[in-house]
Write a protein that binds this ligand. Sequence first.
Ligand code: GAP
Length: 437
Amino acid sequence: MSEVQATTTMEKIVSLAKRRGFIFQSSEIYGGLNSCWDYGPLGVELKNNVKRAWWRKVVQERDDMVGLDASILMHPRVWEASGHVAGFTDPLVDCKVCKQRFRADHIEGDRCPACGGELTEARQFNLMFKTFMGPVEDSAAVVFMRPETAQGIFVNFNNVLTTTRMKLPFGVAQIGKSFRNEITPGNFTFRTREFEQMEIEYFVKPGTDEEIHRQWIEQRFQWYIDLGISKERLRLREHAKDELAHYAKGCYDIEYYFPMGWSELEGIANRTDFDLKRHAEYSGQRLDYFDQESNEHYVPYVIEPSAGADRGTLAFLLDAYHEEPDKDEVRVVLKLHRALAPYKVAILPLSKKEPLVNMAKGIEKELRKYWMVDYDDSKAIGRRYRRQDEIGTPYCVTVDFQSLEDQAVTVRDRDTMEQERVPVAELSKYLWEKLAW
Ligand code: GAP
């Protein structure tokens, strides 16, 4: 088997992300805030497109799924019931010499990986962020910032069931921020303390859970491939029994070959009936399902495909990165899937003067009805193509002097660099066909 290789280094992606406006360090003018990142004009488009592609696949295209947007702050009892107050911890060790902190399960041996110094005994550190609700900062006012979006779905189980009359098997999807006070955040947006999750809780009849778990694993794996991630840099990894979260009967991770090696992109767990049963116990409410076919009540099992929007966005960025020889130079091109590209089309007039500008602006206005469009009239055309390649724009539309006469433009394909002359009257239709997904 050939050795898997990352497309590029993290340094190159961090640099491109900053230079082109994908991702900036948070609070940069104050020196930055460790592990917090801001999505710039192109980054917000890319991440929104990742979320949109996910939503379309798992909600819009299915008749067994609905969406939800629950609040970040929830009743503190939620986290007692879910087991997060007692068990959402990582083992923490401190170096007695250089004072750095590490996750005990992330280091090999019993010495500090930074300076070789002696380490303290491991102690359990709860990862949930706490804050206070209302003006009084006492223990009765403590609330947690959710560490997973999942619980918002479990506590709304009855609400969704009664308002939608969904029948098993069915699922609820949610996209939203989660917070974890990670001991060792890092690797750019891979592990941060504030991040966005795209989670599904799929409720099934007990006994059908293992088969449906397998189906979700397959479908979620294929989603990344369909959106352009290369198969060689994706793999499935089954969790060992001692690695499983407290609620899980089984779990598979979809891993991507990041520059730092194979790392989790998405986890797909069989959460059994753990959460619904615990919330029923802690709330005193009945959280079960009446099966009209078998005339019985039972608590559904749950299959949970849980993806990170930030990690996904990072993987799509990394995988799209290509450096290609171009004459004496190197062409950097982001071969992002058309569904994900921040701008779908760039309009590049060959002159800044009338009447060419008038024509180019008219085309821009028309195309903006359907897509995010960039307009660039600065510098030489070659440099403008380069810039669009580097930000992943699939099509460049060049308006030249001939356009004034033949009412046609040149459309350049990012990946093949082939150019085609297209009548302006047919341009929208032409691009619709090219950009459909
Ligand atoms: N509800 C299950 C759950 O939260 P998880 O494996 O802890 O499972 C799911 O998280 C996904 O959320 C991960 O696969 C990853 O993509 C993302 N994620 C988790 N912690 C993260 C962090 N600190 N920074 C960025 N993304 C994170």
